[in-house]
Design a protein around this ligand. Structure first.
Ligand code: ADP
Ligand code: MG
Length: 238
């Protein structure tokens, strides 16, 4: 069962998205206001209340930051990078958190360089989003397998395979819609950001999943073909 996330079908203008963001942050704002009002009237705020207030503030912050990535046309600087190292960096970054949750990363990387033309921080953001989703789908731990295949000369194929809860067909159709989340602390914006960045890199993402078994996210990115031409790239231009 394969479902391509086609952002074009679910295309959301920044304006519509902003309306969604406004709606999404209204709830935590209402909660915050309620507690502050209670404090004003009764001075009864306790540790539990402040914990809730902090987590509601964190939620607003997260929604706004993810929205900004989507809304802001960032000045991007593309460079040629070996995607094995980009992904390796992200694995190191998340390794200790994974360990805490009894999750192990297993990497199967091509032994030869796989060069892609990319804005490396954006690409890291993509891998962080996908790996975090995989980790969050595995509350009881397990293995996340990362395959980076260099067999195809034109495309880098990156697969993130988890042993998590999986996604039903019904939910799969909803992925890529903003604010669709099944997590208490989710924003439902991560996959949109991911999809947007991959499109910016002329790549593709597809998700395969089976409930109770796990999910496979496949990302393809165009590879930099090393041409053995000595001429300057501007040569031959009319
Ligand atoms: P969030 O992580 O904030 O919920 P995302 O856009 O990253 O938002 O993901 C949207 C939804 O897609 C998640 O809430 C989850 O239901 C589903 N999802 C994404 N990746 C996976 C995965 N690897 N396994 C199971 N469900 C997933
Ligand atoms: Mg996510």
């Amino acid at each position: 069962m394969e479902e391509l996330l086609r952002r074009s079908e679910k295309l959301t203008t920044v304006g519509q998205l902003a309306a969604g963001v406004a709606h999404e942050i209204r709830n935590p704002l209402t909660t915050l206001r309620g507690f502050l009002q209670m404090q004003q009237r009764t001075k009864m705020i306790n540790q539990m209340h402040t914990d809730i207030m902090l987590s509601e503030l964190d939620r607003i912050n997260l929604i706004v930051s993810e929205f900004l990535i989507l809304a802001k046309p960032q000045a991007v600087q593309y460079e040629t990078k070996d995607v094995r190292f980009t992904l390796g960096d992200v694995i190191s970054l998340l390794d200790s958190e994974a360990h805490l949750h009894n999750i192990e990363f297993k990497a199967h990387f091509s032994s030869a360089p796989i060069l892609v033309h990319c804005e490396e921080n954006q690409l890291k953001q993509v891998f962080i989003n996908v790996l975090k989703n995989a980790m969050e789908a595995m509350p009881n731990g397990g293995t996340i397998t990362l395959c980076l295949d260099g067999e195809n000369e034109r495309e880098a194929v990156i697969q993130v395979i988890d042993e998590g809860e999986g996604i039903s067909k019904e939910r799969l159709d909803k992925l890529g819609e903003p604010f669709y989340t099944n997590k208490e602390k989710g924003t439902g914006l991560g996959l949109m950001v991911t999809q947007r960045i991959i499109e910016g890199h002329k790549g593709n993402m597809s998700i395969d999943s089976e409930v109770g078994k796990g999910t496979v996210v496949t990302i393809t990115l165009p590879r930099v073909v090393e041409v053995s031409r000595s001429e300057d790239s501007t040569a031959g231009r009319v």
